[in-house]
Design a protein around this ligand. Structure first.
Ligand code: F6P
Length: 527
């Protein structure tokens, strides 16, 4: 039976009718202890969802829905390694990458190789073709082979190792790689080609450019072994590229690209922050895994985030979810979540091959606070659209400076309060505002938000945070009966780009294309 036809869904639909017209002001007045009732806390991490448009009853009904969807059964199937990514016949085992002593032998062996490699780079034992030590690392990858380590390297900038700089290149646009290479010395640069498939056009194009740049300086192919390593599941193609087998760190098809930060894909991050810190990141994620698999539904952080997202999307009609980290170090976190959430659940065909019939993943986007306040928050406050948001803040600053952090936190709390409660016309008048301006100064409020308060931005907490959202995505996939682990929607564009490249480069018969595409090809030829 489709989830929307179950009594659990119907009960939520009825409940939504009564709750939709109620304002957050009213909900807070009705329950003096709303914060205590609708917040969760563990290991110094606080999830306050009292500013969501829910009540205790809503949460009970949502948890019933999770039970109806057999969340526990899906958790078990994932842990036991069943091929729950059914369209690719693959297991989903990224949790095994951070399972510590319980990790499979091949995972532990790769981690040990990665550790040795990091130590050799950091100690200066690994040398470039000219005998100089490595000062710069360039991670060449895209999507899951870029966003995770890039985001985490920035998030943990306070732990940056001395004497090594880590850079990220993703875009096939030469404007990404050209200025970087121009600023680097090929004698002291290590390139990491990170690609699960080793077939990704952007990554291979950039990797070839970097290889040519190195060879132009070194004059001998043997330099590749000193300056290129690969991270991939595809040994054959890494070898064809010229990277010796000893320089290849493997991972496995049971690790989805967007869940691969914990695998060898995290090498650039480990080089940036040091091996001990990388291990702590894994330990933090493991802590969240244990919580996710054992905590009851009413205390389960990832499930709670997922249920709120589903409620806002399917019962309140929201089509977006803003991620608002009040932390400059987390300013790539919204971009990271865009891939994690939208590539996972941006789908409309369910596990039975049937149209879903309801909305799935909201559009995930965001910007760090306070910057966003000075650009798009106007629309949040007075634009008339429902925009649920997740505020993320740190109790302790990672870069403490006098006067900065209290003001940052005050802004975070001020915004979620202003969004929730707004400002009525009477309040505006009471402040002595001239009548003609009153309508402009009214804030409708009732914008739902969650605030996630982290103790700080140490590697353990970051690991927990990322795993929290990974499991949120898993729960949503289960609730919507979607396979959150494939991504067929990225294929068509790749295929068409493959056909268009020679037409743009050399010309030829474009008659198979529509008139717009033909017109654009012609326009590109008339420079
Ligand atoms: O095109 C989407 C995608 O397949 C992502 O899922 C993946 O993270 C990214 O491309 C990069 O893929 P690869 O690691 O195989 O180069």
């Amino acid at each position: 039976m489709k989830l929307t036809q179950t009594p659990a869904w119907q009960a939520l639909a009825c409940h939504a009718e009564t709750l939709r017209p109620r304002h957050l002001r009213e909900l807070f007045t009705a329950d003096e202890h709303r914060f205590e009732h609708l917040s969760l806390s563990r290991n110094g991490l606080l999830l306050d969802y009292s500013k969501q448009r829910v009540t205790g009853e809503t949460m009970t009904l949502l948890r019933n829905l999770a039970e109806t969807a057999d969340l526990a059964g899906w958790q078990r199937r994932m842990v036991e390694g069943e091929p729950i990514n059914h369209t690719e016949q693959r297991a989903v085992r990224h949790m095994a990458l951070r399972a510590g002593d319980q990790a499979p032998p091949e995972v532990r062996a790769t981690l040990a190789r990665l550790q040795r490699f990091c130590e050799r780079i950091h100690s200066g034992d690994w040398r470039g073709f000219s005998g100089e030590r490595i000062s710069d690392v360039v991670n060449i990858g895209i999507g899951g082979s870029d966003l995770g380590p890039r985001m985490a390297t920035l998030a943990l900038a306070a732990r940056q190792q001395p004497d090594i700089r880590v850079h990220y290149i993703a875009n096939i646009d030469g404007a990404d790689i050209a200025p970087l290479l121009a600023s680097l010395n090929p004698r002291t640069t290590l390139c990491i080609v990170a690609s699960k498939t080793f077939t990704t056009l952007e990554t291979l194009t950039n990797a070839r450019t970097a290889r040519d740049w190195l060879l132009a300086a070194a004059g001998q192919e043997s330099a590749i072994a000193r300056h290129f390593v690969a991270i991939s599941t595809n040994r054959e193609l890494t070898q064809q590229f010229g990277i010796p087998a000893d320089n290849v760190f493997e991972f496995w098809d049971w690790v989805g690209g967007r869940f691969s930060l914990w695998s060898a894909i995290g090498l650039s991050l480990a080089l940036a922050i040091g091996w001990r810190n990388f291990e702590q990141l894994l330990a933090g994620a493991r802590r969240m895994d244990e919580h996710f698999l054992s905590a009851p539904a009413s205390e389960n952080l990832p499930l709670t985030l997922a249920l709120l997202s589903l409620w806002n999307t399917n019962f309140l009609g929201a089509s977006t979810e803003a991620i608002l980290p009040y932390s400059q170090s987390l300013h790539l976190f919204p971009a990271y979540l865009q891939q994690l959430e939208m590539e996972s659940n941006g789908k409309q065909i369910d596990r039975d091959g049937e149209p879903l019939g309801i909305a799935s993943s909201p559009v995930i986007w965001g910007e760090s606070g306070t910057n966003g306040q000075h650009s798009f928050y106007q629309l949040f406050h007075q634009g008339g659209r429902l925009i649920p948001s997740d505020f993320i803040a740190l109790r302790q600053a990672d870069f403490p400076l006098p006067g900065h952090h209290p003001a940052l936190l005050a802004n975070c709390l001020a915004q979620s309060a202003a969004l929730a409660f707004g400002q009525t016309a009477d309040e505006v008048r009471a402040a002595g505002v001239p009548e003609a301006l009153v309508p402009y100064k009214v804030f409708p409020g009732n914008q739902p938000s969650t605030t996630l308060l982290l103790p700080g931005l140490d590697p353990t907490t970051l690991g927990e945070l990322i795993a929290l959202f990974e499991h949120k995505v898993f729960c949503l996939g289960v609730l919507w009966n979607l396979n959150a682990f494939d991504q067929w929607g990225v294929e068509l564009g790749k295929q068409l780009a493959g056909q268009l490249t020679p037409l743009i480069e050399e010309g030829g018969d474009a008659s198979a294309f529509d008139s717009s595409t033909r017109g654009l090809i012609a326009a590109l030829k008339t420079r």
